[in-house]
Ligand binder design. Sequence first.
Ligand code: PAP
Length: 317
Amino acid sequence: MAQDQSVVKEIDQPGQDLPTWDGWSTPLTLYNSYWLRSHTVSKFMLVRDRFKPRRDDIILATHPKSGTTWLKSLAFTVSTRSRFTFDNTPLLTSNPQRVVPFIGVMGGDLDNLEALPSPRLLSTHLPLSLLPPAVSTVGCRVVYLCREPKDAFVSRWHFENKIGTGAPISLDDTFRMFCQGISPFGPFWDHYLEYWKESLARPHEVMFLRYEEIVSDPLMVVRKLATFLGVPFTEEEEESGVAEQIVRFCSFDSLRNLDVNKTGAGVERAGGKILLEAASLFRKGKVGDWVNHMSKDMAEAMDHLVEDKFKGSGLEF
Ligand code: PAP
């Protein structure tokens, strides 16, 4: 059974007591209204104060399980196409999650990021409010990707059971936690809404994308992405089908079948607690898989929650 709020306990952090929650594969800690994996909190605390955004940074911000791996592959391939071909791209030897560093964690430690040449292609699962305000004020370009919440939830549930070393976590317990907003980088609705509002406030600098949009028209998204990243496809490239080749190279089947993604380690999580196999980032890659896992009642409850949370925002699923 998932714990109820009464079991949430307090832990000591420098200068403050933060609530924690034990129901996922690793404990979560509530920091600035978001639930983060406890072993990452100290690193993420530094991001707001010490990460120095540059005006020409491009930040791929995603809610987990929304297609981060896919977006990283697409954005990396589009933005480095003058340097790499499909035969020598680093995506052949590194998992896409490693090719674009996460701000503050997993190879994206702040000193390492500071040493990277501009323009930097970076990524994060953090909500906008946990990034430095300078991201907005200096005008960094942000590509935000989210996903229909029922599919994001089902993907999260599978993933959590892949990476966990303890007893399996039931779909019912995961559902309750997810709908209470107690999930890694949750509440998901606040995460989506922060970036949604930012995209309305800075439409030329913040591109708001949904997983379903990429699935339904990847070519259109790749072209939009190239223009947004400041490297639109030339007429010559269009004629020779470069955009189509990028879509094909970054497709689920193509990436999943690369040796590096079949057998390699995806991402080592801090604290040595989770060693994520790259293959677990490629499960099904479909829209609407929730129907194979969630009951009608669950689906309706989540739809109501989503409707209620996004009411009046203009954001709909
Ligand atoms: P993260 O949250 O750990 O960063 P992320 O890549 O966002 O991972 O999510 C993984 C999901 O994206 C998986 O969805 P599923 O569980 O519903 O299958 C994964 O299959 C999907 N995915 C990964 N790469 C691709 C791709 N190239 N095309 C389409 N979907 C993909």
